[in-house]
Design a protein around this ligand. Structure first.
Ligand SMILES: [Zn+2]
Length: 484
C-alpha cells in the first residue's frame, strides 16, 4: 500500500471528544486514567498515526518509549509506566501532543532539534502535564470543538466515509491552550523532570531551541516570526517563557542533573530528517510524491495534511481528499466504485453521468452526486486520473449543495506526472552525529549541511549554539546530510 505521509500542518494537540468531564480545569491535580479516557485514546490513536505519518520505527522509537514512560509516570496518571503509549511520529513537522488515555506523541523532526535526553523528557512531560491538568476538558476547548464540528459541513449522518472526510476539518483544528494552561503544563513538566532524576533546566533549554527554530523558519519562509505555525509560537511569548522555565527549574532546588546527551545523540544518529520522499511531500500549496510520480497544487487558503492513506485538503469552501483505489483500466467504473465505497452500507449516492476529459495529458473521468448530512445536503464529486494501465488516483471533494467542484477547479486541473528528473531531485536527509576534530569550526562543519542556504544558521540552531560558538575537539554535534 502506498503511504502518504508527512504533514506540513503543525498542531499543538488534536481534538478528541473528551467533553464529558467537569468543565473546570483542575490544574496540578493528576487524575488516574479512567476507563473512558482509555477507550477514547485507543480509538483516536490509529487516526492520529494516520494523520501524522505513522510511527517511526526502530531503535529511536524504543528509546522514545523508554524515556516517555519514565517521565509520564511522574504525572501520577498511572502507577505503572507501561500504561503509557509513547509514539515517535514519522513527521517532518515540529510537534508534540498528548491525549487522555496515556497516549503521548513527539515527531522525529522535533526530536532532531533536541540535544539530550532531558530535553526529550521535558517535551513529553509538558504534554503529559496538559493531560494531567485536564486542560483538554476545559470549557474553552469543548466549545471550540463544537464550533468546528458545526462548521461548513456539520456532522454527516448515515455515511461514514463522507463523515470521515468532513470530520477531518474537526480533527485538524489546532488547539490553542491559554497562556495560563501553558505555564501550568511547563511547571508540571519541570516537576516531572526533577522527579524522574533529569535536570529540570532542560525545559528552559528546549524552549530556547524551539524559539530559535521558529525564528529561523520564519526567516526561511520570509515571514514574520509571530505568524509561524509552529509548536513554539502557539505557546506563550518564547523569550519570557524560556526565562520563566529557568526560574522555576532553579526553584525546584533539585539535585538531579541527568542530561544523558551521549545516549541521546547516539540514539538519533542516522534518523530521517525533514520530508520522507517515500511518503510524499507537502510544500506550501504543492504536493509531490516522487515514488508515485504524482503532483498537484491546492488553492491558497486551503490546508493540506498528508496522511498514510490519503492527502486531506480543508478550507472554508469545502474539503477534499486525494487517494487511490484498485483500477482495472476502466475509469468510469473506477468513479462508480469510489461512489459505492463512499455510500457504504447507507445505500447509494445519486450522481449525474460520468464525464470524461483530459488534464495535462492524463485521461480523466468525473461525476458529482448529492448526499445528506445533518446540517443539510452536500455535493460530492469524484475526479479520477489514469496514471497507468493499472494505476489511477482520485479526488473526492465535498462542497455545499449546488457548488459542485466549487473552489477546487484549479486543484483538479493541476494534477500532473512528475518527471524522472523532478523525482530524482528529491533526496532524503538524515541526522549525522559527528565528532568535532582539530581545526573544525561551526563554519567548516556547517558547510557539510545538506542545504543550499542558511547552512551556518541551520547548524547553530540544530545544536543550540550561539553565533560566536567555539567548538572543542572531541565534542559531538549534529549535522543534516543527504543519505549516503
Ligand atoms: Zn503546551
Amino acid at each position: 500500500m502506498n503511504r502518504w505521509t508527512g504533514s506540513a500542518l503543525a498542531l499543538v494537540m488534536l481534538a478528541t471528544a473528551s467533553g464529558t468531564s467537569p468543565v473546570a480545569a483542575q490544574a496540578n491535580r493528576a487524575q488516574s486514567i479512567s476507563a473512558s479516557d482509555r477507550q477514547q485514546g485507543a480509538q483516536a490513536h490509529p487516526q492520529l498515526l494516520e494523520q501524522f505519518g505513522g510511527g517511526y520505527e526502530g531503535r529511536q522509537a524504543a528509546y522514545v518509549t523508554q524515556v516517555g514512560r519514565r517521565i509520564a509516570v511522574q504525572s501520577g496518571l498511572a502507577n505503572s509506566s507501561s500504561e503509557f503509549t509513547i509514539t515517535l511520529l514519522n513527521s517532518p513537522v515540529n510537534n508534540a501532543f498528548a491525549i487522555p488515555g496515556g497516549y503521548v506523541y513527539v515527531t522525529r523532526q522535533l526530536m532532531a532539534l533536541m540535544n539530550d535526553e532531558a530535553e526529550l523528557a521535558s517535551v513529553l512531560g509538558h504534554e503529559v502535564g496538559h493531560v494531567a491538568a485536564r486542560h483538554s476538558s476545559s470549557r474553552n476547548r469543548t466549545s471550540t470543538i463544537g464550533a468546528v464540528l458545526t462548521g461548513l459541513l456539520g456532522v454527516v449522518t448515515g455515511n461514514s466515509q463522507i463523515a470521515q472526510i468532513a470530520g477531518q476539518a474537526a480533527q485538524l483544528y489546532t488547539l490553542r491552550f491559554s497562556r495560563t494552561q501553558e505555564y501550568q503544563a511547563d511547571d508540571l513538566g519541570i516537576r516531572y523532570l526533577a522527579g524522574a532524576g533529569y535536570d529540570p533546566r532542560a525545559a528552559s533549554t528546549m524552549l530556547a531551541s524551539l524559539a530559535a527554530q521558529t525564528t529561523l523558519d520564519a526567516r526561511l519562509a520570509g515571514r514574520d516570526a509571530r505568524t509561524a505555525p509552529e509548536w513554539g509560537s502557539t505557546h506563550p511569548d518564547p523569550a519570557s517563557r524560556v526565562a520563566r522555565a529557568r526560574q522555576r527549574a532553579d526553584a525546584t532546588r533539585a539535585t538531579a542533573a541527568a542530561r544523558n546527551r551521549d545516549a541521546f545523540l547516539s540514539a538519533i544518529d542516522g534518523m530521517l530528517y525533514g520530508d520522507d520522499p517515500r511518503q510524499g511531500i507537502v510544500d506550501g500549496n504543492s504536493f509531490r510524491h516522487p515514488d508515485l510520480r504524482v503532483m498537484f497544487t491546492v488553492p491558497s487558503g486551503y490546508t493540506m495534511t498528508n496522511g498514510t492513506r490519503a492527502v486531506s485538503v480543508t478550507g472554508q469552501g469545502g474539503q477534499a481528499q486525494f487517494s487511490n483505489a484498485a483500477y482495472n483500466g476502466n475509469l468510469p467504473v473506477y468513479v462508480g466504485n469510489v461512489f459505492r465505497d463512499l455510500a457504504g452500507d447507507s445505500g447509494s449516492i445519486p450522481t449525474n453521468s460520468v464525464r470524461s476529459t483530459r488534464v495535462n495529458g492524463l485521461p480523466v473521468a468525473y461525476a458529482t452526486g448529492r448526499a445528506s448530512t445533518r446540517s443539510g445536503q452536500v455535493d460530492v464529486t469524484v475526479y479520477a486520473y489514469q496514471f497507468g494501465p493499472s494505476t489511477a488516483y482520485h479526488f473526492v471533494m465535498v462542497t455545499p449543495a449546488g457548488r459542485g467542484i466549487g473552489p477546487f477547479q484549479s486543484m483538479v486541473q493541476s494534477v500532473n506526472r512528475m518527471t524522472e528528473q523532478q523525482a530524482a531531485a528529491i533526496q532524503p536527509r538524515r541526522v549525522d552525529v559527528v565528532t568535532v576534530g582539530r581545526g573544525d569550526t561551526p563554519a567548516s562543519l556547517a558547510a557539510r549541511m545538506a542545504y543550499t542556504d542558511y547552512k551556518l544558521e541551520r547548524f547553530l540552531t540544530l545544536n543550540a549554539l550561539p553565533a560566536n560558538a567555539r567548538l572543542t575537539p572531541g565534542q559531538k554535534v549534529k549535522l543534516i546530510v543527504y543519505e549516503r
